[in-house]
Design a protein around this ligand. Structure first.
Ligand code: NAD
Length: 393
């Protein structure tokens, strides 16, 4: 594996979301938190979605601790953001997601050979979960911080865990991000419908697979844009919640027959190749979750004939019917800056404090969460920075 080199993959060169614009400025709560809670001596290996919005986050971390490697998740890596950080830090963009975890482990092994400092991995998707045993054997490696539900589930499957893993995925602060994620997913679906299908979202029926945190926010945003929203969740209580929220509940197969657009936000394999039989002619498939989890993309492609593929749109023909797949089954909101807004300042601050917890003392192996008192303090600082308090200063 080449050392410290940006591997510009074809997918990366064609990344549609690489705008030139003003730099995203710093995150005030994060900066304040690094002063209020200084980082003890420790080094960092960072796996992150390197979007423009992540640049000030990485720079702030690098001010308070040595960053031995920044590994960009390939499907979200924005070339301008990676290039800006690569001038200051060692940045890698692996050519496929399967290389992310092994590369992080290799960088961690190199770092722990070079230095006796404590080392922490901060990541975003459970990329290192299957490598926990290997990581636990590295001297100095204090643990992992995980950002996402998908990643948390991967670490939970490795029980008994041999390393401490701090997760923010089910934290009450991270839950505040769900509304912004829902807005981004609905925005990207609407944008693609307008730009590629010349259709209005308000005239289409959208089936949402999964009614958890992201599904709830996505369904709400879709409906506010005028769509008829149908919902299916494996959990009957979540189905009841969808009814309370005013959406139409459907048995799974019926939802797939009904929907013009199917949005997968379950964080699981909600749609298999066998489900192609159920779809309407012209149905559109969009993921709003993680990686290529929602749809069995290889299975769907193997069963159907590819008629046309351009940028983020693949037109497939299955059994005489047309099916459109958006962004090759990856989350559509990563085409348009993923998540935006001040809530990132809160999420990044919680990631920082979890990293600091691992650097500050030895934690026993297993899953850990940030102390609720610290979460309250972060929320107070963030509300002061981004709520009404900013007008009073
Ligand atoms: N695209 C983004 O920007 C973004 C941002 C945050 C989270 N995520 C990802 O979105 C996914 C969902 O996260 P969440 O916070 O909503 O999780 P969650 O656990 O709150 O909700 C998932 C829901 O899906 C349901 N479900 C599980 N399997 C299903 C299936 N086969 N069919 C239908 N429903 C099913 C569950 O019962 C649950 O209600 C995760 O992978 C998470 O990492 C994506």
């Amino acid at each position: 594996m080449p050392e410290r080199e940006i591997m510009t993959t074809p997918a990366l060169r064609e990344h549609p979301a690489d705008p030139q614009g003003p730099d995203v400025t710093e995150y005030p709560t994060l900066t304040e938190t690094t002063h209020a809670y200084p980082m003890p001596d420790a080094r960092l290996i960072l796996i992150a979605h390197i979007l423009n919005t992540a640049v000030p986050f990485v720079r702030t971390l690098a001010k308070v601790m040595p960053v031995d490697a920044v590994i960009a998740v390939p499907y979200s890596a924005q070339p301008t953001a990676c290039a800006a950080l690569a001038e200051e830090l060692p940045v890698d963009v692996p050519s496929n997601v399967g290389d992310v975890g092994p590369l992080a482990a290799q960088r961690a092994a190199d770092a722990s050979k070079r230095s006796r400092d404590n080392l922490i991995i901060q990541e975003v998707g459970g990329y290192c979960a299957h490598l926990v045993e290997e990581l636990a054997a590295m001297p100095g490696l204090r643990g992992v911080v995980e950002d996402t539900k998908q990643g948390q589930w991967h670490y939970e499957q490795q029980q008994p865990l041999q390393l401490p893993v701090f997760t923010i995925a089910d934290s009450p602060l991270k839950a505040l991000e769900d509304s912004q994620v829902g807005l981004s997913i609905a925005y990207s679906v609407e944008h693609l419908l307008r730009a590629r299908f010349f259709q209005l979202i308000s005239e289409l029926r959208v089936g949402v697979l999964g009614y958890g945190g992201i599904g709830t926010a996505t369904a709400r945003s879709l409906r506010s844009r005028g769509s008829r929203v149908g919902v299916y969740d494996v959990d009957q209580i979540r189905m009841s919640q969808a009814v309370v929220d005013g959406h139409e509940p459907f048995p799974r197969d019926e939802l797939l027959r009904w929907a013009d657009v199917v949005v997968g936000v379950s964080g699981h394999r909600a749609f298999t190749a066998d489900d192609l039989d159920l779809l309407r002619d012209g149905a559109i498939l969009a993921s709003g979750s993680s990686k290529q989890i929602e749809f069995d993309v290889p299975g769907i492609r193997a069963r159907s004939e590819l008629k046309r593929e351009q940028d983020e749109l693949a037109e497939l023909v299955y059994n005489g019917r047309t099916v459109f797949l958006l962004n090759d089954g990856r989350p559509v909101n990563f085409l348009h800056q993923s998540i935006l807004g001040n809530v990132l300042d809160l999420v990044y601050s919680e990631l920082y404090l979890c990293t600091r917890e691992l650097a500050s003392k030895r934690w026993h192996p297993g899953m850990h969460r940030l102390d609720p008192g610290l979460q309250q303090d972060l929320a107070r600082r963030w509300t002061h920075n981004h709520g009404q308090g900013r007008w009073q200063r």
